[in-house]
Every structure is written in C-alpha cells, then in structure tokens.
Design a protein around this ligand. Structure first.
Ligand code: ADP
Length: 259
C-alpha cells in the first residue's frame, strides 16, 4: 500500500514518517467528521420526542391544576424540571453542531444591554433561589446584535457562577460603559479555576479537572458556545480566577450605533 502514497508526497528526508502523518491526519479528520455528523443527528433526533414530552407534561399540569389535584402530583414539577434540563442540553448540542458546520444563525437587531442584563438576572433569580444575584451599574446602552444569543451568553455565565459556587451565595453582575467599549463582569466567590486551565475552558467539551469540581454536572459546551457568540459580536471574553476565592468573567463589546 505505501509505495503508491510515497509517490504522492514530496518530503525528501523522511518520506515514511510523512506518509504516516498524512494517513493519520486524514483518518482523524474522517473520524472527527463522523463524530460531528453523529452529534448533529443525535441532537436533532432527541429534540422532537423531548418537545412532545414537554407539551404532554404541561397539558397534564394544567389538567391537574383545573381539577385541583396538582398538589397530589409532586413528581410532575420535578419531571418538568428534568425535561427542561434535557432540552437545554440538546439545544447546546445542536448549537455546537451548528458552530462546527458554520451554520449558527444570528439576527441583527437593536439590543438594550442594560434591560437584557436585568431580564436575564431576574429569570435566573427565579430559577435559583439558593443564590442572590446583584446587578450593578446597568445604565442605558444599546448594541446591534442578536438579543437571544447575547442573552444566552449572560445566562450561561450566571448559571456557571451559581453552579460552581456551592458555598458562596452572592453572584454579581457589573456593567461598565466607556466611550467605545461596554463591558460586563460576572463575578462569583466560588470554587475558582486553576490558572493553567483558564484558557482551556473555552474549548469544546473541556471541563476542569479538579477534585473540588467533582460531582458538578456538565458537558463543557457552554463556554465554547459563549465564546463563539461573543466573537461574532466582535467582543472579547476573559477570565480572572483564583482557586478557592472565585472567578470573574469579563465580556467586552465595542459600542456601535444602534439600529
Ligand atoms: P460545563 O459547566 O457544562 O462543564 P462550560 O463550558 O460552561 O461547561 O464550562 C467549562 C468548565 O469551566 C466547567 O466544566 C468548569 O470546570 C469551568 N467553569 C466555568 N465557569 C466556572 C466558574 N464560574 N467557576 C469555576 N469553574 C468554572
């Protein structure tokens, strides 16, 4: 098999190694592609039955509420929570697939960043009563971009801030407006991230390996998606963190004229 390929690759010093590299690389690429296709198909296949489950449980919820017997079905709200978690996971998987295929779509609209931050913080506060979310400095500021995707950025950062702060109850969101840039910091006082892993957390499927984070569920997709959305909006995302003290994620966007 090799002689045929040797003729095709011109690397005078170490032809055999060069061939081995080419073979290895194309096999890896094919495997990557198959994995991406699988992820995309699996997430599409999971979406419909989950949507059906969500609809049926909410119908049941309404029916029991009408009959006045909702209190007798405590398992129902737990089921709804679990279904919502699964739907979010599948949506993240779909987003990752779309990013890989360059097909993540963005709307262009006027986004009031201050209002969006309050909206996201309020929604998160309702879901996570265990922590107190404090919003500071959110003064009027508009961007041009995709409101839902930008909301996804802050929802993700807040959700992580809460998830990785099992012992610390306060999470802060601070907005700062300068002449050309608007920045938002999401700060927690939780587990923190080892310095050498701070850059890697924005990679696809990367999760911090530390005994402190053992048992906290996740698949390492959130920050990868967040970083791509921020990049699309010509922004930057950085993290400053200390193990045992907490983490601050800073997202900065260039200010542009509102549409
Ligand atoms: P997930 O939380 O599902 O694992 P993410 O992509 O959102 O995936 O985060 C990647 C990793 O970065 C997490 O697994 C966690 O180890 C680390 N991380 C993210 N946010 C925080 C935070 N606020 N505090 C500590 N670690 C964090």
């Amino acid at each position: 098999r090799l002689p045929v390929l040797v003729g095709a690759v011109v690397l005078p010093h170490q032809p055999r190694q060069a061939i081995a590299f080419v073979l290895d690389n194309s096999a890896r690429k094919e495997l990557e592609q198959r994995k991406d296709t699988f992820l995309s198909m699996a997430s599409h296949e999971l979406r419909n039955p989950l949507a059906a489950l969500k609809l049926q449980t909410s119908l049941l919820h309404r029916q029991l509420a009408r009959q006045g017997t909702l209190e007798q079905a405590p398992a129902l709200s737990s089921m709804e929570t679990q279904i919502n978690t699964l739907i979010r996971l599948v949506e993240d998987l779909l987003d990752v697939s779309k990013i890989q295929a360059g097909k993540l779509g963005y709307r262009q609209e006027r986004v009031d960043l201050d209002a969006l931050l309050h909206e996201v913080a309020d929604t998160m506060q309702q879901i996570k009563a265990t922590h107190t979310i404090v919003v500071r400095g959110a003064t009027s500021c508009s961007l041009v971009g995709d409101k839902d995707r930008l909301g996804q950025v802050f929802t993700n950062l807040l959700s992580n801030a809460i998830k990785y702060s099992p012992q610390a109850e306060t999470v802060e969101v601070e907005m700062d407006t300068a002449e050309d840039v608007v920045s938002v910091r999401v700060r927690d006082h939780g587990l923190g991230i080892p310095r050498e892993q701070c850059e890697k957390i924005f990679e696809r499927f990367y999760r911090v390996t530390s005994p402190r984070q053992k048992g906290i569920a996740g698949l390492g997709m959130g920050l990868y998606i967040v970083a791509k959305i921020v990049k699309h909006h010509k922004g930057t995302i950085t993290v400053d963190s200390e193990v045992g003290k907490g983490s601050t994620f800073t997202v900065a966007f260039p200010k542009r004229r509102a549409v």
